[in-house]
Design a protein around this ligand. Structure first.
Ligand SMILES: [Zn+2]
Length: 462
């Protein structure tokens, strides 16, 4: 499965690795990496390709990477400690001032039809056209490269006399769950550098905040009404992408677009509503079963065709491959009665979604309906509002919660990651990094993420 975003992540993390684990990557141009040839220790790339990439580590299932990190520390005779959440700190030397930090988990996405057991199966990387891919799964370069940067730094003989700490947090991808419960006492020193971004030659000094929302509508199990016709309506081919990158492109959110279409149809009941893969990914496909009174079937089909044509026109520039299809199907095992279906359809259709605020420096506030699932008991949505400042984030979160609660949903927040940014007390450290980069690479690094002057970083960072 190809991932350009993940591929880009690879570049940046290596870039950071060069600064702090100097010598870990070679270059055709010795001017740019003057220390690359003086050591032969295992590089960031070696650690990633030989070891870390293989270790499947979906959020919430980090047993394999946890064991690996403990063994690494033991093999290299390094101090290692773990807190109750599973965050691991490996330290070399006494009293380190700087801690590097990345996350243990990855988003494990599977290609259609791929069977994969994360407990035993390895991710298999391969290279094509200059990009790394994985066979039928996501690659996990986010944040496998960050992990590899830290392993390389910890094992580098060149810096054997330099104290350093490396923090491996858990479950960043599902809401910064490890970082959010981290005790300050767990960390040594004063400074922390996160190695989980993707622009090379760039120093980031902020991250937008986020709130993971779960909105559930409970339905009493209901047998489908007799004699209605059932259709599966599906939307697919959307542009999708990481919500933090693509949310301002104006592309279709498959879940919200699908309900907006159903809202215009003469439906009776609904069932088997699914769509999206992650809260921070714009859903590219979604499907739903709807029942129709046979007397309305012709109207239903004609209306659906014309809505499909309108959709193609509306998204011709942003989602050229988006398509709506429908097929007649057997009645499902369960159905939500019309009143419940109407609450679900209207609430999702009218929920604030997509880009909310943007400046010349980029996205400031947005929300993404990421996934929807249903069974005979309830429909559940995962929604991710994000903002560059915490009061805006709290307000958007509150608005979304009360919107769904008004329609009879129960809404829970599971994981609130506050926005963070450059504080006025720390410019010296930032200046040190900028100067060091200039010295090592003979080129400047760009400072990004100060919302007053530059774009805010919308990949969530611990
Ligand atoms: Zn990451």
């Amino acid at each position: 499965m190809k991932s350009k975003i993940i591929g880009l992540g690879f570049l940046l993390a290596v870039g950071i690795g060069i600064i702090f684990a100097a010598g870990c990557i070679s270059s055709d141009n010795p001017q740019e990496t003057p220390v690359s040839s003086v050591t032969e220790h295992k590089t960031t790339y070696d650690y990633f390709m030989d070891e870390v990439v293989k270790i499947s580590r979906p959020s919430g299932h980090l047993e394999r990477i946890n064991s690996y990190l403990h063994k690494f520390a033991e093999d290299h005779n390094l101090d290692c400690k773990e807190d109750a959440a599973g965050n691991i700190l490996i330290t070399r030397g006494k009293n380190p001032v700087v801690t590097l930090q990345g996350h243990q988990d990855m988003v494990l996405a599977l290609a259609d039809g791929k069977t994969f057991d994360y407990r035993t199966d390895d991710v298999k990387p391969y290279e094509k056209d200059g990009w790394l891919h994985a066979d039928g799964t996501s690659l996990g370069a986010d944040d496998g490269i960050g992990i590899s940067v830290m392993l390389s730094a910890l094992s580098s003989p060149e810096f054997k006399d330099t104290s350093i700490a490396c923090l491996f947090t858990v479950d960043e991808e599902t809401g910064c769950l490890g970082a959010s419960v981290l005790s300050p006492d767990f960390l040594p020193g004063k400074y922390l550098i996160n190695v989980d971004a993707e622009d090379i030659d760039t120093l980031l000094v902020s991250s937008a905040g986020s709130a993971n929302l779960f909105a559930a509508y409970s339905v009493t199990s209901w047998n489908p009404a007799k004699n209605n016709d059932w259709f599966r309506v599906k939307i697919s081919g959307g542009l999708g992408g990481h919500s933090g990158v693509n949310i301002d492109k104006g592309s279709a959110n498959a879940i919200q677009t699908l309900v907006a279409i159903v809202n215009e149809l003469p439906y009776q009941e609904i069932s088997e509503f699914t769509g999206g893969v992650a809260s921070n990914a714009i859903p590219t496909s979604a499907s739903i079963l709807v029942s129709v009174n046979p007397a309305d079937a012709d109207t239903f089909k004609a209306r659906l065709s014309s809505l499909s044509d309108e959709l193609k026109k509306e998204y011709a520039n942003t989602d050229p491959d988006v398509i709506v299809t429908f097929e007649k199907t057997a009645a499902p095992a369960y159905a939500y009665p019309h009143a419940a279906a109407e609450q679900i359809i209207t609430s999702v259709t009218s929920c604030v979604n997509g880009l909310i605020e943007k400046t010349e420096f980029g996205i400031l506030t947005y929300s993404n309906i990421g996934t929807i699932t249903s069974d005979e008991h309830e429909v559940t949505l995962r929604i991710l509002p994000r903002a560059s400042d915490n009061s805006t984030l709290k307000q958007v979160e509150k608005d979304i919660m009360s919107h769904f609660e008004k329609h009879g949903f129960t809404v829970k927040e599971n994981g609130f990651a506050p926005a963070w940014g450059l504080s006025e007390e720390e410019p010296e450290f930032v200046q040190t990094i900028l100067n060091t980069y200039q010295t090592v690479f003979r080129k400047r690094t760009e400072l990004q993420g100060d919302s007053r002057r530059t774009r805010v970083w919308y990949h969530r960072l611990d």
